[in-house]
Design a protein around this ligand. Structure first.
Ligand SMILES: [Ca+2]
Ligand SMILES: [Ca+2]
Ligand SMILES: [Ca+2]
Ligand SMILES: [Ca+2]
Length: 456
C-alpha cells in the first residue's frame, strides 16, 4: 500500500510539474475548468481550479485504477515472459526419495536383479541380498562385520549375471584389487547359502566392469589380470570352469596394476565399436573383439580416476571422455580434438568442490536427451585420515549437462549429504516407473534413491 501511495504521490508531483503556468494561478472559470478537464482526459494534468475539486476523488480513483492496471499488466507480462523459464526449471526439478536399506558397512559395490523371481528387482550387495519391496535381507554367504575405519569389505565390485544360464541371476564379486574374482550361484529359490565359483585368478585395476558394449547383446567382464594384461571375460560352456579370457593388451601394459585407477568402456574413435580406456590412452576394438591384442592409442586422459565414459559432450561429432578422481579432487570431461599425431584431449573441470569420487556413473537422469553424471564421495576410502578431506560430508550429486549456444554447462544437484558412493554403483529403473533410480553400497551402508516423478 505504501508503494502504491508513493507511486501516486510521485505521479501527482510529476503531473503538477507539467501543469501549464496559467492553470496554477488562482481563480476559476468554466472555460479554464473545461480546458483542465480536456487535458485531464488526455492524461497530462490534474485538475487545479476550484471547480475541479469534486474531481479530485475521481482523479485519485483514476490514478489508482491506472496504476493498478499498469501493475496488473506488468505482472501478466512478467508471468508470460517467465513461463518458458519455469518450464525449463520444472524439467530440471529432479528429486529422490532416500531409503536406508542397511546402515552397516556391507560392500562398496552393488547391483540389482530379480533374485527370487517374483518380478521385483532386488538389491545385491556383498554377502547379502535385499528383497524388494521391503528390502528384507537374506544371506548369500554368512554375514560378516567389516571395519570402515581400518579396513575394507570383501566386495569392491558387485555384478548380477546369469552365469550358468539357468534363468536365475547369479552374483559376480570382485573381492579385492588383484585378488581372485568369484561368482556365487543363485540357489533358485531354495534355502541355503550360494555356492562359490572362480571367475578368474586375479582381477586388477580398481574399476573392473561388466558391460554389454564390447560384444553386443552379451554382458562381459573387463579387467586386467596378473598386474600385466588387460582382458575381457565371458562364461564358457562349462559354467563350473573359469571364464574364457580374451586378451585386449599385450603383457606389461599401463593401467593393469591391481591398484591402477581409471578404466572405462566407450567408443572413443567413433567407429561404432566400444573401446577400452585407461588414463594413459585406449585400446581400439577390432571388428572381432576376440582377435587380440587390440591396438593401443596413447592419450593423456588425466590423473588417476574411477570409471571412465565416452560421450560427445559438446555435440561436435567427436567423442569426449568423462572421469572423476578416485582419491583426490576433480570431476572432469576431456574434449577430444584432432591433433597432428592423433586425438588430443583438453581437460575441463566439471567440479572441484569435494573429494574421493571413486565411483562415477553416466545416465540421462532428467530425460532431456543429454547424458548426465552421478558421483559422490567415497567416504573414508582410505580410512578417516587418508586421502584429501576424508571427513567431509558424504555427498551424493548428479551433474546435469546443458548445452546452449555452443556453451557447455554442468549444473550440480545435491541428492544427499550422508551416503556418497562406493567403488561401483548402479543406476537403473528399480521400480519400473521409467525414471532412473540410484542404488549404492559403501562404508555408510546400503541405499536406494528412488527418483520421484517430475510433477511431484
Ligand atoms: Ca525379486
Ligand atoms: Ca543362474
Ligand atoms: Ca565432442
Ligand atoms: Ca540429462
Amino acid at each position: 500500500m505504501s508503494l502504491c501511495r508513493t507511486l501516486i504521490n510521485t505521479q501527482l508531483q510529476i503531473s503538477r510539474e507539467r501543469i501549464p503556468i496559467e492553470f496554477n494561478s488562482s481563480g476559476n472559470s468554466p472555460q479554464r475548468h473545461r480546458e483542465t478537464q480536456r487535458l485531464h482526459r488526455g492524461g497530462t494534468v490534474r485538475p487545479v481550479c476550484d471547480l475541479c475539486v469534486r474531481c479530485v476523488k475521481s482523479d485519485l480513483l483514476y490514478t489508482h485504477v491506472k496504476i493498478a492496471l499498469t501493475v496488473t499488466i506488468a505482472i501478466l507480462l512478467t508471468t508470460i515472459s517467465a513461463l518458458p523459464a519455469q518450464r525449463i526449471a520444472r524439467s530440471g526439478k529432479v528429486s529422490f526419495k532416500k531409503t536406508i536399506v542397511d546402515s552397516e558397512f556391507r560392500a562398496e559395490g552393488v547391483d540389482v536383479a530379480d533374485v527370487n523371481g517374483d518380478g521385483k528387482l532386488d538389491v545385491i550387495a556383498g554377502n547379502l541380498w535385499y528383497e524388494a519391496p521391503r528390502w528384507t535381507s537374506h544371506e548369500i554367504i554368512p554375514v560378516q562385520k567389516f571395519d570402515a575405519a581400518n579396513g575394507y569389505s570383501n566386495c569392491f565390485q558387485n555384478f548380477a549375471l546369469d552365469v550358468n544360464r539357468d534363468g536365475w541371476p547369479d552374483q559376480i564379486v570382485i573381492t579385492f584389487p588383484g585378488a581372485k574374482a568369484i561368482w556365487r550361484e543363485n540357489p533358485k529359490g531354495q534355502p541355503g547359502h550360494w555356492r562359490e565359483h572362480t571367475v578368474w585368478r586375479s582381477a586388477g585395476n580398481e574399476s573392473p566392469t561388466l558391460t554389454n558394449l564390447l560384444v553386443p547383446g552379451k554382458q562381459v567382464l573387463v579387467f586386467p589380470f596378473d598386474n600385466s594384461q588387460m582382458a575381457w571375460y565371458e562364461p564358457g560352456k562349462d559354467a563350473n570352469a573359469e571364464f574364457l579370457c580374451h586378451a585386449i593388451s599385450v603383457p606389461k601394459s599401463p593401467g593393469t596394476d591391481k591398484y591402477a585407477h581409471g578404466l572405462g568402456i566407450g567408443d572413443v574413435n567413433g567407429d561404432g565399436r566400444a573401446d577400452v580406456l585407461i588414463t594413459k590412452g585406449y585400446w581400439e576394438a577390432p571388428p572381432d573383439p576376440r582377435a587380440g591384442p587390440w591396438k593401443f592409442v596413447p592419450a593423456n586422459l588425466g590423473p588417476d580416476s574411477a570409471q571412465m565414459y565416452t560421450y560427445d559432450v559438446n555435440g561436435d561429432g567427436l567423442m569426449d571422455v568423462l572421469s572423476s578422481s578416485a582419491h583426490n579432487i576433480g570431476v572432469w570431461w576431456y574434449e577430444q580434438q584432432k591433433g597432428t599425431n592423433g586425438p588430443e584431449f583438453i581437460q575441463h573441470t566439471i567440479d572441484d568442490s569435494f573429494s574421493q569420487t571413486h565411483g562415477l556413473a553416466m545416465v540421462d537422469i532428467n530425460g532431456d536427451g543429454l547424458m548426465d553424471l552421478v558421483t559422490g564421495k567415497r567416504f573414508w576410502a582410505h580410512g578417516p585420515k587418508g586421502d584429501v578431506r576424508p571427513g567431509d560430508p558424504a555427498m551424493l550429486y548428479w551433474f546435469e549437462l546443458r548445452r546452449s549456444g555452443g556453451k557447455i554447462e554442468w549444473i550440480r544437484h545435491e541428492i544427499d549429504n550422508d551416503s556418497g558412493v562406493g567403488t561401483q554403483f548402479v543406476i537403473t529403473d528399480l521400480n519400473r516407473d521409467k525414471l532412473p533410480d540410484i542404488v549404492i553400497a559403501n562404508k555408510k551402508g546400503v541405499f536406494v534413491f528412488e527418483q520421484l516423478s517430475f510433477s511431484k
